[in-house]
Write a protein that binds this ligand. Structure first.
Ligand code: FE
Length: 358
């Protein structure tokens, strides 16, 4: 198969008009073309932090197929079903589902800080034990976990990282020194920065300051609600394109009308697309990846090469997803065709067309 005459955007080679050859789900060749085109080809988007969409909550429902199709329509070809703090039984069931479906799972909690619980259910929040973590490590799907460094032994982080599970710091009130202890233990990412984190203070820059100053990847919800437009510009100015990972943090209400929903056993009210608990705390988002991309471009005025980094390449690199995140020989043919306004036109996964905007 051949995708002809498109503006290819690769996170390393940059932008050029060309043709892409695909065989057996892989890109076999790319070549330059002198055609004129108005279509953009980018690596399929990767969302490493989503709790669900279109009425499906990954913790509560097994109908993940429905979400998959919705995500495809947004240009997302790889996503990580994400939990919230819940009972050990429900967490186990979630990981078993992900194992079965051969998907990557993200556990957000329960090993987080009560002080920065956000919309997580305090009932289930606790400190990790090594024996518990060893049980979790039996699940092949477990690819990443969000925990608070100040409430857990750094040895837990070391153990997880050693076994190939990426540890992201989040829902945390950590000071700078506590954050850096986790960095030395192998953690290189911060969850939905700077939401549910200790704020930056000029005498104690904390985990937020560490995120900006040190070599962490930062997950970012670019909806303009969780993080203001100016803050997104500031993060972009400091971190550049190489350390930002766009996420949606979407919940089951995504793609649906305003109304009453649930997250981790807590009631969530969605008004004008903004999801909050009864007390006003933001509870995930109803952001789509396609919208996140458009917002980020609008807020930062970055180029397309940069967009391909924050939407796929950085996530693929950090998570060690070999074969993903580039438009280059031998990479998976996970691709999205966009128009000039960055709206999704066509989506391919392993060389197969999985979405067409009619
Ligand atoms: Fe969260």
């Amino acid at each position: 198969m051949k995708i002809e005459g498109v503006l290819i955007v690769d996170p390393i080679d940059g932008e050029y008009i060309g043709n892409v050859y695909i065989e057996d789900g892989k890109i076999t060749d790319v070549e330059l073309s002198d055609k004129k085109t108005s279509f953009i080809l980018m690596p399929g988007f990767i969302d490493i932090h989503t709790h669900g969409a279109v009425g499906v909550d990954f913790l509560k429902s097994k109908d993940w197929k429905k979400v998959e199709n919705f995500f495809y329509s947004q240009g997302v070809t790889t996503f990580f079903p994400t939990s919230v703090s819940t009972s050990p039984e429900e967490m186990k069931g979630f990981l078993e589902s992900a194992d079965e479906k051969r998907m990557y799972a993200h556990l957000e909690g329960p090993y987080i800080s009560l002080d920065k619980k956000g919309a997580q259910n305090p009932k289930y929040i606790k400190e990790a034990t090594l024996s518990e973590v060893k049980e979790l490590l039996k699940h092949n799907s477990l690819k990443t976990i969000t925990l608070a460094p100040e409430v857990n032994d750094p040895k837990i982080i070391e153990e997880l990282e050693k076994k190939g599970v990426r540890v992201s710091l989040g829902h945390s009130n950590a000071k700078y020194s506590e954050t850096m202890e986790a960095y030395r233990a192998g953690s290189r990412r911060i969850t939905h920065f700077p939401n549910a984190l200790r704020s930056l203070h000029h005498r104690e820059i904390g985990i937020t300051g560490a995120g900006l100053l040190e070599d962490f990847y930062l997950e970012l919800i670019s909806d303009g609600v969780h993080v203001s437009k100016e803050m997104i510009r500031l993060i972009y100015k400091i971190k550049g394109c190489d350390r930002i990972i766009l996420i949606t943090d979407s919940i089951s209400a995504t793609g649906l009308e305003d109304g009453e929903y649930e997250l981790g056993g807590l009631k969530v009210f969605v008004n004008d697309g903004i999801a909050r608990l009864e007390n006003g705390t933001l509870a995930g988002s109803t952001l789509t990846f396609s919208k996140a991309l458009k917002n980020f471009k609008k807020f930062t005025n970055c180029n397309l090469k940069c967009l391909s980094k924050v939407s796929s390449y950085n996530a693929a690199t950090h998570m060690k997803l070999h074969g993903k995140g580039r438009i280059s020989k031998e990479f998976d043919a996970d691709l999205v065709i966009l128009d000039q306004g960055l709206s999704v036109i066509e989506v391919y996964k392993n060389g197969e067309k999985i979405f067409q905007n009619s």
